[in-house]
Design a protein around this ligand. Sequence first.
Ligand code: FMN
Length: 141
Amino acid sequence: MNYVIVYWSRYGHNRKIVNYLSEKLKEKNAETKIFTTDEANPTELPEADLYVFSAAAEAFNLQKNMRSFMKNLEGTNGKKYGIINTHGMDKNRLQKMEKLLSKKNMIKVAEVDFKVGKNITSGNALMDGWEAKVDQFAEKL
Ligand SMILES: Cc1cc2nc3c(=O)[nH]c(=O)nc-3n(C[C@H](O)[C@H](O)[C@H](O)COP(=O)(O)O)c2cc1C
């Protein structure tokens, strides 16, 4: 399998999650490519068997760089995806991600969210057990 992972991260939590995910997928002999939303072009994403998008909740919405990245996606008709959302408050933004990607006729395979703890600016606010949640997510991809 060949995966393209696109993320946005302010303090490093989403980066940490996708780096760990990529290692897990490689253990299954997958090929992975990781890009930030700034590095990838939403109109010309590299070919992949499955796309993973990972970003935070900010300002009561999906973080805006990821939001516009998803709105600008082209050429993803019928492609499969997994989504990851981190959030400080109780509500996650997976539904928003799904809504944007369904407009691109993409097909959801898996989703996972992580509530982060208080000390967000440290970049170490993921809760104990987050790796196991990523492992479960990786199994579904
Ligand atoms: C400017 C700002 C706005 C935020 N707004 C929300 C919010 O509306 N809802 C929420 O659940 N978390 C909110 N958060 C917490 C972020 O979700 C959290 O910082 C993020 O998940 C951490 O991931 P990252 O380090 O990869 O950016 C906000 C954080 C910042 C910095």
